[in-house]
Design a protein around this ligand. Structure first.
Ligand code: ADP
Length: 593
């Protein structure tokens, strides 16, 4: 620059350009356009031949804007080995001035020659202490000295570009954040829609109560169940008041329980009154959430509408109840019928029995042995009938609570001994040895002696029935403590055919018979033991069985050591009992042979 006037004009030009660039920065948002205009204005102001701006993009330096180059360089990568002076500017974050490329080691001369550049100023573009780009101003001739104004202008230009770049970066970041937020919002809305759909199809309503603000949050189907608009706030007072009055106390109590038992989920079934749907059954689950200090913060819960299931269950229950009542009626009708028929049977059988006994007494000597044989057969069969009829009558009476029991204080030892002795003759007929032993001499307890006789005779007749010839039967009596209570324990032990394990439970059932060839050999209806158990239970006793197939059986009766309220004691009158017992024995043993 030769004259002062030229210099002055040059400085004015620089100042105007500076002002122009500042205006550009504030007036346009199109960054590319801004950069192109800055590089042109800057280059023209300092009269350089070519210029370029490279920006850092993912660890690469890309030539983004150019001025004056013949070839199109935009989009090319700036190579470190071709532009070492630029790398220096980036690393030091300071401008690098090359007055004469031919005499400066900081450049790649070959590359400079290729571009025809002799002199260059490279200024780093720095934001937040980071170099994010570089700007090159190139001359074809040697520039001996860059005056202070030119250098300040270039630095100023570089900082304007950096500022614009930072603005753009911030703007892009803000846009990206807004987009990301929008995407999150969108996915939240979608997730919420999906959740609502799932909850709706599963019939689950979710709710949340903030215990500090008392504010509630509901899923859309809770609004629906109350006939409310999900886009309007939940009206005041919607809470426990919606629960059916009879169930409120229970809900409040279980909420208190929930408070007491931290970290527990609570379940309850209750009713709510929905303005839209009326009375609904709900299965609710809830849990209390606590803040960091351990104070209750929120209650979260889920409700499932179970009205449909509840109604179905109620209907099923009703139907079941009706069915049971009908069944009870049918059973009682059947029992009445059985009892009636049994009575009708009993009278003629008793008459037949008495007639035979009378014939035996009066016309004993007039009858031929053949006729006596026939009479015995008639008597045996009528006694079998009588046993069956008596058993059926007793069972129907017990089952319909019409059975009378006469508890008196009886010496169980002598009664058991008498009954055992009374069947000796029957046992001996089968060559079976029968024995009785007791660990106590005498024991008066409150029992119905007649029923006890039947029980024991029943067990003894079974023992004889299911024991083969030559074997033995023993009756044992003792007093024992069972679970702290004193009991009289009577055991009927035989060495007979025994009972298979799988049938043991069945034998005390009505018509519970063991169906094997051996037991089939004996006559029986399968109701004897059922009646035995009922009679023992009436006397507050119990019966147990132990048995091994082929080895024998052991029936154990436990009777409580308890005196009857009656003061009188029934003495076992042997002569009287003998006749009565004889009759009972012959009836009970009628099906043994
Ligand atoms: P049943 O009139 O048929 O004897 P019970 O009710 O008295 O009827 O007995 C039920 C079944 O238990 C019998 O059919 C028999 O199979 C079995 N049972 C009862 N006592 C004995 C026993 N001492 N030994 C073997 N089996 C027995």
């Amino acid at each position: 620059m030769s004259t002062d006037e030229e210099k002055q004009n040059y400085y004015i030009k620089l100042m105007n350009t500076k002002e122009h660039v500042r205006e550009l920065i504030y007036s346009t948002l199109d960054f590319d356009e801004l950069m192109n205009r800055i590089i042109v204005a800057g280059s023209k102001a300092i009269s350089c031949e070519t210029a370029s701006i490279s920006l850092k993009q993912q660890e690469q330096w890309v030539i983004k804007y150019t001025y004056g180059f013949k070839e199109d360089l935009e989009g090319n990568y700036m190579k470190e080995d071709e532009d070492p002076h630029a790398v220096l500017a980036i690393n030091t974050r300071k401008p690098v001035i090359i007055n004469d490329a031919y005499n400066d080691e900081r450049v790649n001369l070959e590359h400079m020659k290729k571009l025809g550049i002799r002199s260059v100023i490279v200024v780093p573009l720095v934001t937040r202490e980071q170099a994010i780009g570089v700007i090159f101003f190139n001359y074809y001739e040697i520039v001996h000295d860059y005056d202070r104004f030119t250098l300040d202008f270039i630095k100023d230009l570089a900082s304007s570009i950096s500022m614009a770049l930072q603005n753009v970066k911030l703007y892009e970041e803000a846009c990206a954040e807004i987009l990301a937020r929008k995407a999150v919002e969108e996915s939240l809305i979608q997730a919420n829609n999906k959740l609502n759909l799932t909850l709706k199809s599963a019939g689950v309503g979710m709710w949340e109560l903030d215990l500090k603000t008392n504010k509630q949050v509901w899923s859309s189907n809770v609004y629906e169940s109350f006939g409310l608009d999900p886009y309007k706030p939940i009206p005041e007072g919607v809470g426990i008041e919606t629960v059916y009055p009879d169930d409120r106390e229970m809900i409040q109590l279980s909420l208190l329980e929930t408070y007491k038992n931290k970290n527990e989920f609570w379940n309850n079934k209750f009713r709510i009154i929905s303005p839209k749907l009326g009375l609904r059954w709900v299965a609710g689950t809830w849990k209390i959430l606590y803040d960091e200090e351990g104070n209750p913060k929120k209650i979260i819960g889920a409700n499932v509408d179970i009205t449909y299931i509840q109604l179905q269950q109620e209907q099923l229950l009703k139907a079941e109840k009706e069915k049971n009542e009908n069944l009870k009626k049918v059973i009682s009708m059947k029992d009445e019928f059985l009892s009636l028929i049994s009575h009708e049977f009993k009278t003629p059988i008793t008459v037949i029995n008495s007639a035979i006994q009378t014939m035996e007494l009066i016309c004993k000597d007039e009858l031929s042995p053949k006729a006596i044989g026939y009479l015995n057969a008639i008597q045996l069969n009528s006694q079998r009938q009588l046993k069956l009829v008596n058993n059926i009558l007793d069972i129907t009476r017990i089952n319909s609570n019409r059975f009378e029991i006469n508890i008196e204080n009886v010496d169980i030892v002598s009664l058991t001994n008498s009954v055992t002795e009374s069947i000796r003759i029957f046992a001996e007929q089968k060559d079976i040895n029968i024995s009785f032993c007791s660990t106590i001499k005498e024991k008066f307890i409150g029992i119905d002696s007649e029923k006890y006789e039947r029980i024991l005779l029943n067990l003894l007749s079974n023992a004889v029935k299911y024991t083969t010839e030559g074997k033995s039967i023993s009756v044992k009596l003792s007093q024992k403590k069972v679970e702290g209570n004193s009991k009289v324990c009577i055991q009927v032990i035989d060495k007979g055919i025994g009972i298979p394990p799988d049938k043991l439970e069945k034998i005390f059932e009505r018509f519970g018979k063991v169906d094997n060839s051996l037991s089939r050999q004996a006559e029986g209806s399968g109701i004897g033991l059922y009646l035995v158990k009922l009679l023992i239970e009436l006397m507050e006793g119990d019966i147990e069985i132990e048995s091994r197939e082929g080895k024998g059986s052991k029936f154990t009766i436990f009777l409580p050591v308890k005196k009857a309220a009656k003061i009188s004691q029934l003495q076992v009158d042997k002569s009287l009992m003998n006749n009565k017992l004889k009759q009972s024995v012959s009836i009970e043993f009628s099906d043994v042979y």
